[in-house]
Design a protein around this ligand. Structure first.
Ligand SMILES: [Fe+2]
Ligand SMILES: [Fe+2]
Length: 283
């Protein structure tokens, strides 16, 4: 059993009602399927972190649809919700519609960074966006703020969420759109209690390492990038999912959860399966 579970949803790319992403993907429908799966899973789920590109084009209606989908289920599960910016988001609409900031008070040049404590785990969201750009960058002030936060360790450590992966990529477009000052982030987190960096942005499932800290790139809940396309091609297709982070026996484990419809191979009672395995191992 997990001592703590966090669900990471990323790249929901919601649009206004009736609009599809790239004219094809009903990202709202995909989100509802993801949330339905989260809802019936064995709890408790302590937090739901949404790691950027929450709206496809920054429309306030998209943020309203997101809240209407996520927050009732989070409330039912008793899960905290953390919203983080991605390059498709728009800071004013994001701040006013998702973060309940007063209309007219949001400075589009000021990042939406956040820190949330959940059951001994510190969740930090760093806004790696720059208005008008699609690659990632963290300002010096943000890195200083992060360093100050990390000065005192949390009981279960820190989960750091950054939309843009601080990793190079073998996929040319992902390489172009990565976090450009990853080394500066590496210097801040080295030797701290940061246990994992959760990213989105690339619409793929993968992992790497920064300053000895695992970096997890979670699958998008809208559509996915092809990670080994034919030479010279840049391709994406349907298919979506989300991620779960569990603390089990004090170890932190990440898993991707596939949500695309697939044929079932077996679907048995868990207790009966465990009893069968115990009988085999007793032999
Ligand atoms: Fe995205
Ligand atoms: Fe992105």
């Amino acid at each position: 059993m997990s001592d703590l579970t966090i669900v990471q949803l990323t790249d929901t790319h919601l649009r206004a009602a009736g609009e599809h992403v790239h004219g094809v993907v009903d990202s709202h429908e995909n989100l509802l399927r993801v949330l339905a799966q989260v809802r019936v899973a064995r709890g408790p789920i302590h937090a739901i972190m949404l790691t950027g590109d929450l709206a496809d084009n920054g429309a306030p209606e998209a943020y309203r649809r997101l809240r209407a989908a996520v927050e009732p289920i989070a409330a039912e599960l008793g899960a905290r919700v953390v919203y983080l910016m991605g390059n498709h988001d728009e800071r004013v609409a994001f701040g006013e519609t998702l973060l309940d900031l007063a209309p007219g008070s949001v400075d589009p040049l000021a990042p939406h960074d956040s820190v949330t404590e959940v059951a001994g785990m510190r969740l930090i969201g760093l806004d790696s966006t720059t208005p008008g750009r699609h690659d990632g960058w963290l300002e010096d002030e943000q890195l200083h703020w992060l360093a100050a936060q990390l000065r005192n360790p949390a009981a279960l450590g820190t989960v750091l969420a950054v939309h843009h992966p601080p990793l190079p990529s073998a996929i040319a477009a992902a390489e172009t759109l990565k976090l450009r000052n990853a080394q500066a982030l590496a210097e801040v987190i080295a030797g701290t209690d940061v246990r994992v960096i959760l990213c989105g942005h690339n619409h793929l499932t993968g992992a790497g390492m920064l300053a000895g800290v695992p970096v997890w790139m979670g699958p998008a809940s809208s559509y996915r990038l092809e990670t080994m396309p034919p030479a010279g091609r840049y391709r994406a297709g349907t298919g979506f999912g989300f991620s779960r982070l569990d603390i089990v026996d004090s170890a932190l484990v990440m898993m991707a959860v596939e949500t695309t419809a697939a044929q079932s191979i077996h679907d048995s009672d868990e207790a009966a399966e465990l009893a069968r395995l115990a009988a085999i191992m007793r032999r």
